[in-house]
Write a protein that binds this ligand. Structure first.
Ligand code: NAD
Length: 283
């Protein structure tokens, strides 16, 4: 039976580190604060926002919401962002996306200051991920994958790693972060030929394909560590990952469950980034 890599254990350890950092900042008279910009009332956004604000509250991080109507103009949105960008009391900014279609999302991302980009969406943050420098912040989801590996003492050095998925928000940054940890990385995607044999060869597999159960026992082999990023709703209305858990679990050495794996770590990573952004203002 595979070992379960549980998000809640990782989150508990991460939260302790964040609380200690918040206490350290308080001694220096700094109160970390997140600015949340939300356009409209999309249920997914509202639900993620609720999780993030609750996590802020338990960790002693303040937040301020900037709520705009779904029909907000580009000018009004840009003016709000400029205000939050220039507010020294706000260290990190979360902007919910996708924005409604009438808005120019690229212009919004371009205007966001990388040092406040705690969600890792700016080009500046991407440069940080690719160059391995402290510019901006990595996207929270691949960072959550790394937190899980680190927490469970999984050393990536020299390991053959496969990332399934090449999105800019998960697959590509995850691959770069594994490379930073000295893994030998292969990225699989929809055009990969004979994906089962490529994935089977890996010692470490991160799956972010956005398709329920796309990776099953045909892709897996004994001894593998599997991190499942996927969040899907199956035919029975239940949450499930991109890995077919029932088929994978008897084969591999360790695996993250869905729910209860990567997803449960991301909000703590986000709040941790706000605290890190506040710490960087001292440097
Ligand atoms: P995406 O759709 O932008 O990208 C999916 C990638 O997977 C693409 O590069 C595509 O080429 C590849 N792909 C799709 N089907 C494939 C297949 N059959 N074989 C090989 N490659 C395939 O998705 P995303 O934004 O990267 O998200 C991936 C998954 O992670 C989704 O299930 C999403 O819901 C989930 N997600 C979870 C969190 C979290 O906090 N856990 C956060 C963001 C996204």
């Amino acid at each position: 039976m595979a070992k379960q890599l549980l998000g809640k254990e990782v989150t508990a350890a991460l939260n302790e580190r964040i609380k200690a950092d918040v206490a350290g900042l308080a001694e220096k008279g700094i109160q970390p604060r997140l600015g949340i910009i939300r356009v409209g009332e999309r249920p997914d956004d509202v639900s993620y926002e609720r999780g993030a604000t609750k996590r802020c509250e338990t960790l002693g991080v303040e937040y301020e919401k900037f709520l705009l109507p779904a029909d907000v103009t580009q000018e009004e949105l840009m003016a709000t962002l400029e205000k939050v960008n220039n507010d020294d009391k706000i260290h990190g900014i979360l902007i919910f996306r996708p924005l409604p279609k009438h808005l120019d999302e690229a212009a919004v991302i371009k205007a966001l200051k990388p040092e406040k980009d705690v969600d890792g969406i700016t080009d500046g943050s991407m440069v940080g991920v690719f160059a391995g420098t402290k510019q901006g912040f990595p996207p929270c989801t691949p960072q959550a994958c790394m937190e899980i590996l680190d927490h469970y003492g999984i050393d990536c050095k020299g390991k053959k790693a496969v990332v399934v998925g090449r999105s800019l928000v998960v697959g590509k940054p995850a691959a770069m972060m594994l490379l930073q940890r000295h893994a030998t990385v292969t990225i699989c995607h929809t055009r990969t030929v004979d994906m089962p044999s490529v994935v089977k060869e890996a010692e470490l597999v991160i799956v972010a394909a956005g398709r329920a159960g796309v990776v099953d026992d045909r892709y897996l082999s004994p001894g593998q560590i599997v991190v499942d990023v996927g969040i899907n709703v199956n035919e029975e209305g239940k949450l499930c990952g991109d890995v077919d858990y029932a088929k994978a679990e008897p084969v591999v050495e360790a695996i993250t469950p869905v729910p209860g794996g990567v997803g449960s770590v991301t909000t703590s990573v986000l709040v941790g980034h706000v605290v890190e952004a506040a710490k960087r203002t001292l440097e």
